[in-house]
Ligand binder design. Structure first.
Ligand code: ZN
Length: 469
């Protein structure tokens, strides 16, 4: 059986989940469900990144221990994804015991390969990124992702991972596998930066300056740098090295992440794997950033950006549909509630909802008679598959809705309310069942209702699926 393994960035738990986090999880879930629909064996991993300076600082501000602090926040992420029908197979926390143990095992093995050495690190550090950054990353003296934070100068004894050793191998990987980094405009950015040369990675922090991390197995005065261990979740989460899940699902088919994590995932992560001779993921898929009603997503927007509040207001399916249909995947976009409502009314309610309720009512009164379903020939299924394979979710939905239009016109032209033609109604019933199958990855709960309604022995009109807002 074909397998499909999809992962997301694990969210840094220094604040509550917001719609930007949710967008990526929805996309991962759509992919997971799409491949389940194809009969594949699917594993979907998501979770939270819980160590490091930022978490330690936020915990301190709240007067909590880091562990108590993350224990309070991690379940909020899990709950938010549950409310959005994001059906992950494991929610990994980097404070999980199995993760911590396997990370140490990984570090030991990398050391045995001769890829770790002791040295001194001097450099600029951005606490927002939890990363050393170079002069080149600065815009007006500040980190480009964190213009409100001061960049600090740090100097400490540290252990290094020989990242520079993998420069050539990485460039070969990008060259031989253009699908490794998508969308392709992101690929070029990464390649250009790698070509400028790689510096070895400081992979530890001295406990005396920051001790909220996993113990560094080679020297107990240190903890492992948060990024180095967090990246490993993609393999520890499926039981690296000898669990049968790891053997079956690795390498990941798609690793989803935001561009702020691009460097770590496209450069450091594959180099870490290369050190142990483990294959990298097949595709690193980079999503764009969202703004919310035209504003940058930030704490000051308060509850309005909470996925839970949005689900309460519009329902999970509406949000899922909107983000998949409205944005060109990979580009930045604006989550606009006005646009969401308009797509909901015009597309889900008027097109899909109308078709479903009209046909169900006609079948309730007239019944169906089995026949060849010519109508389905107008569905461009191969085209839809292609769009999904190339992560063009908006275009895939466009094709599905083009077929919904075809079905609505079919009702209009064939006038089954006059002709009482049971064969026409059978064709429409089968077409609607197919539509529900294709829409299931995007709007699972509504699609399941439609499927149930149209698979029943006695089809009845039932409730309105999408009440207009
Ligand atoms: Zn930063």
């Amino acid at each position: 059986m074909k397998k499909f393994y999809v992962t997301t960035a694990i969210d840094y738990v220094n604040s509550e989940p917001h719609i930007g986090h949710a967008y990526q999880k929805i996309i991962a879930d759509v992919l997971a469900r799409w491949h389940k629909n194809k009969g594949e064996d699917v594993f979907f991993l998501t979770g939270t990144d819980e160590h490091g300076q930022k978490v330690a600082n936020s915990a301190k501000e709240k007067g909590k221990s880091p562990k108590a602090f993350v224990d309070g926040l991690a379940p909020k992420f899990e709950k938010a994804w549950n409310l959005l029908d994001v059906g992950f197979d494991r929610f990994i926390r980097t404070t999980d015991k199995d993760h911590e143990e396997k990370v140490k095992e990984f570090v030991d093995l990398v050391n045995k390969k001769g890829d770790i050495y002791k040295g001194e690190y001097k450099g600029l550090y951005c606490e927002g990124c939890e990363a050393y950054i170079t002069e080149k990353d600065l815009v007006d003296g500040k980190c480009k992702f964190h213009p409100n934070k001061e960049v600090k100068e740090l100097s400490e004894e540290a252990y290094f991972f020989r990242l520079s050793k993998y420069e050539k191998k990485l460039l070969e990987l990008y060259d031989k596998h253009p699908e490794y980094i998508l969308p392709s405009f992101r690929r070029k950015e990464i390649i250009n930066r790698v070509k400028e040369g790689l510096r070895d990675l400081n992979m530890t922090r001295l406990k005396e300056s920051m001790d909220w991390g996993i113990d560094f197995p080679l020297d107990d005065k240190n903890v492992i740098y948060v990024w180095f261990e967090a990246l490993l979740n993609y393999i520890t989460g499926i039981g690296w090295p000898d669990d049968k899940k790891f053997k079956k699902f690795w390498p990941a088919d798609v690793e989803l992440l935001g561009i702020d994590n691009g460097w770590f995932h496209c450069v450091i992560w594959p180099a870490m794997l290369m050190s142990l001779g483990i294959k990298p993921a097949k595709t690193i898929l980079i999503n764009g950033f969202l703004t919310f009603n035209g504003q940058k997503i930030s704490k000051s927007l308060g509850n309005s950006i909470s996925p839970n509040e949005l689900v309460k207001k519009y329902g999970a399916d509406t949000i899922r549909y909107y983000v998949c249909r409205n944005f060109v995947f990979g580009q930045d976009g604006d989550f606009s509630e006005k646009e969401l409502v308009s797509r909901y009314n015009n597309e889900l309610a008027d097109k899909l909802g109308n078709l479903v309720s009209r046909v169900a009512g006609l079948i309730e009164r007239n019944g169906v008679e089995r026949c060849e379903v010519k109508l389905l020939k107008k569905l461009k299924e191969k085209e839809i598959d292609k769009k999904m394979e190339s992560f063009e979710f908006d275009k895939a939905l466009n094709e599905i809705f083009a077929f919904i239009d075809v079905c609505n016109e079919y009702v209009q032209n064939k006038k089954p309310w006059e002709t009482k033609d049971k064969k026409i109604l059978y064709e429409l019933k089968e077409s609607i069942l197919k539509i529900s199958e294709l829409l299931w990855p995007f709007i699972p709960s509504s699609a399941e209702k439609i499927k149930k309604q149209f698979s029943a022995k006695k089809i009845v009109k039932g409730e309105v699926l999408f009440r207009k807002i």
